[in-house]
Design a protein around this ligand. Structure first.
Ligand SMILES: Cc1cc2nc3c(=O)[nH]c(=O)nc-3n(C[C@H](O)[C@H](O)[C@H](O)COP(=O)(O)O)c2cc1C
Length: 324
């Protein structure tokens, strides 16, 4: 893909951006997707569930694997394991398209370990992690990237972005909120423009992220100099968004026909079940399917039926019988 082509990616979301969902978003035009965050420590300790998060299956768009941790050596070892496929349970239909470092997660359990967005409070350590992971990626010929927020409680992202670019980041994704803001109030895309300015001479591209649900939302980031945008929550019930973002001829105010929504939900759940087994797949799919039907007529009643479905067959019947 030439450098000047705008890319639209699926942002990493723990509990959501698994293989089945990445595949759907790819089918609607996501240029690549980022995995759920993977614990570097757990991977190096041979944790089976962690290895599952790194699975890449047929039919997915290119998948960047995201790792989190706070020790440069452990992060580098995890990157090496992921890129060489040298860990128990490794299963790749295609090799990982890169390694992304999580420096944005706001969750208490993570930041209390000095990981995720806590790394923004320790730029020296963050830079050592970045450099160590970049060295591994370099050996494997894939890019090393990093994703972070505006800062902990105030905007330091321009300086932090510069530091990460100098430490070896080849792409930077900025979620335009501070850690303190968690997921509200609205993201501030003008901050992305300030970070772009700070790294302009390094040539490292900035990916804008936060509250993108329409072409207009994406355009604000692109006008500020972002070369890509990453979509998170808006894609959860609306993977069609990727098609609309990439195709200006697609109307933005028309919902997909009900039959298509039903087909997609059933195919999605079948896919999750294939990946994770029926019991876990159906249970996990209840809340995830709710995103696809949110706001539609009869969605509350359908949600209720889905919450009682135990098998893929029951789940599919409930969706098929739904009259919106
Ligand atoms: C449920 C959930 C899980 C998330 N998990 C991750 C994660 O594993 N790694 C990460 O870097 N960001 C994670 N994020 C943050 C998103 O990637 C994104 O930065 C944020 O949701 C803002 O983008 P949006 O407004 O398009 O959703 C998560 C967000 C949500 C809502």
């Amino acid at each position: 893909m030439p450098n000047n082509t705008i890319q639209y990616s699926l942002a990493p979301m723990a509990g959501f951006t698994d293989a089945a969902f990445r595949r759907i978003c790819g089918s609607f035009g996501a240029d690549y997707a980022v995995s759920e965050m993977i614990s570097a420590v757990a991977l190096t300790r041979d944790d089976r569930k962690t290895a599952e998060l790194a699975k890449i299956t047929p039919g997915e768009p290119p998948v960047v694997l995201q790792i989190f941790g706070h020790e440069p050596e452990v992060m580098a070892r995890a990157a090496e394991m992921l890129l060489s496929g040298d860990y128990r349970g490794c299963s790749y239909a295609a090799p990982p398209a890169g390694i992304d470092i999580n420096m944005g997660c706001p969750v208490k359990k993570i930041v209390s370990n000095g990981e995720g967005s806590a790394l923004m409070l320790d730029p020296d350590r963050a830079a050592r992690i970045m450099t160590a992971v970049r060295e591994v990626c370099e050996r494997h010929g894939v890019p090393a990237s990093v994703k972070f927020r505006l800062g902990w409680d105030s905007e330091i992202s321009p300086a932090f972005a510069r530091r990460m670019a100098e430490a070896g980041a080849q792409k930077i994704t900025l979620h335009c909120r501070t850690r303190e803001q968690m997921y509200a109030p609205s993201a501030d895309p003008t901050a992305a423009a300030r970070a772009v300015e700070a790294i302009r001479d390094t040539g490292v591209p900035l990916v804008g992220n936060g509250d993108i649900a329409s072409r207009g939302d994406a355009q604000v980031y692109l006008d500020g100099g972002c070369r890509e945008v990453a979509i998170g929550r808006a894609a959860l019930g609306d993977p069609w968004l990727f098609r609309r973002l990439k195709n200006p001829a697609e109307p933005e105010d028309v919902r997909p026909p009900l039959d298509e929504v039903k087909r997609l939900v059933i195919a999605f759940v079948a896919d999750v079940v294939r990946e994770k087994g029926e019991e876990r797949g159906v249970h996990e799919s209840r809340s995830r399917a709710a995103y696809f039907i949110r706001g539609m007529r009869g969605s509350a009643a359908l949600r209720d039926r889905l919450n009682h479905a135990e098998t893929l067959e029951e789940f599919s019947h409930a969706v098929e019988a739904w009259e919106a």
